[in-house]
Design a protein around this ligand. Structure first.
Ligand SMILES: [Zn+2]
Length: 384
């Protein structure tokens, strides 16, 4: 409760700054906010629903605030080298330098790349298996992570038994789950969050759900009518689910696990699926898996509705060493009942498994890179 209140108060100040601040697309500017946050691009938001100074006041008693903020991050992997670091420095180590910033948002969402628990056995043939200790969930709670997508290529590394254990641990910790469940219907069901009166629906899908690694054990990660697992990134399902979620929520966010590893540009399939997802009615598309950041672009949905596509948020908590795998970001979305109004990129670098918010010259350089990657997108439009 204390954290929630803290989160509310600190955001109010930042929101006012963001909405009041002049907006020049394509420029990097430093905001005079107390958090010294750096805005990459907020795109000209349509006229704010209320005078900006209202954001700094108490929430409207009847309808709640007009805008809320959502912090989205990429892959969180709490096993292997990150586990070693936690054994040395404590369970909260992975989030020590970013928790405050994440908690300052009204809602925080991530891709949980490692299952949690002690149950299960490594799925045959896979080669890389992640499983974090159950108590590692304390870090997610400490960082104020409210919801995760589990639709990815590691969440069933220790098979069904551990997958179900992971879901149970998350639920006990009051962390919402999208993209996976006890059967296909559950995996496709949106995670519905009431973010201070604004209803946000999260859906999650994995492009790798149909893969398996051993012909004698052809167990893919995809959920079926009778089997737990993740939601596969099949367009006809996404279309149905987004359509349904649209009627239940003010804002629909679709998280995809997709793309090519260690590549800073989305591939054609990502771009096509993203565009179709926006046409189905999603407000935001969030990507993860490449272990590298990729560009961000605006798109137009049904009825001229503005939508944002972030092709890959990169790693967030991860033990990989290559420089490209250590570039990261917190993507702050400004949401209203009518969809997405703007966004802000907080540049992050991962050091020894631990994300750190960049400042000064380091921040400027990474923001410029993200800006370049985003500009590249507008110069090439996908076919199909
Ligand atoms: Zn992945």
């Amino acid at each position: 409760m204390g954290l929630r209140l803290l989160r509310r108060l600190s955001w109010s100040v930042a929101a006012a700054v963001l909405l009041l601040g002049g907006c020049v697309p394509g420029t990097v500017s430093r905001l005079p906010s107390p958090e010294a946050s750096v805005r990459l691009q907020a795109s000209p938001p349509p006229a704010p629903a209320v005078p900006a100074q209202k954001s700094a006041g108490p929430p409207d008693r009847v309808g709640g605030p007009e805008t809320v903020t959502l912090a989205a991050v990429g892959d969180i992997m709490l096993a292997r080298g990150v586990d070693t670091a936690m054994k040395k420095h404590g369970l909260l180590y992975p989030f020590a330098r970013v928790a405050e910033r994440l908690r300052a948002a009204d809602y925080a969402f991530a891709n949980l790349e490692s299952p949690l628990g002690v149950a299960g056995r490594p799925i045959p043939g896979k080669g890389i298996w992640f499983r974090a200790r159950p108590e590692a969930v304390a870090g997610l709670v400490y960082a104020g992570i409210d919801g995760v997508t589990v639709a990815n290529n590691h969440i069933l590394d220790y098979d069904e038994e551990n997958f179900l254990e992971t879901l149970a641990i998350l639920r006990q910790s009051r962390i919402g789950v999208a993209g996976g469940g006890e059967d296909l219907a559950a995996a496709r069901r949106p995670l519905l969050a009431d973010v201070r009166g604004i209803r946000v629906a999260f859906l999650g899908y994995s492009q790798f759900a149909d893969l398996y690694w051993d012909r004698r054990y052809p167990r893919s990660f995809a959920a079926t009518e009778r089997r737990p697992g993740v939601a596969p990134a099949r367009e006809e399902m996404v279309a149905e689910d987004v359509y349904r979620a649209r009627r239940q929520a003010d804002v629909v966010i679709v998280a995809y696990h997709w793309g090519d590893e260690y590549v800073n540009h989305p591939n054609e399939a990502q771009r096509r699926l993203a565009r179709h997802t926006v046409e189905f009615g999603a407000d935001v598309v969030l990507g993860s898996h490449p272990h590298a950041i990729q560009g961000i672009e605006w798109a137009t949905g049904p009825g001229g509705r503005r939508a944002l596509i972030a092709y890959s948020l990169g790693n967030f908590v991860m033990d990989q060493q290559r420089p490209v795998t250590r570039e990261s970001m917190i993507l702050k979305l400004i949401l209203s009942r009518r969809g997405i109004l703007g966004y802000e990129v907080v540049p992050v670098r991962i050091e020894a498994g631990q994300p750190r918010i960049l400042e000064g010259e380091e921040a400027r350089l990474l923001l410029e890179k993200i800006q370049r990657l985003s500009a590249d997108l507008s110069q090439s439009q996908p076919g199909g």
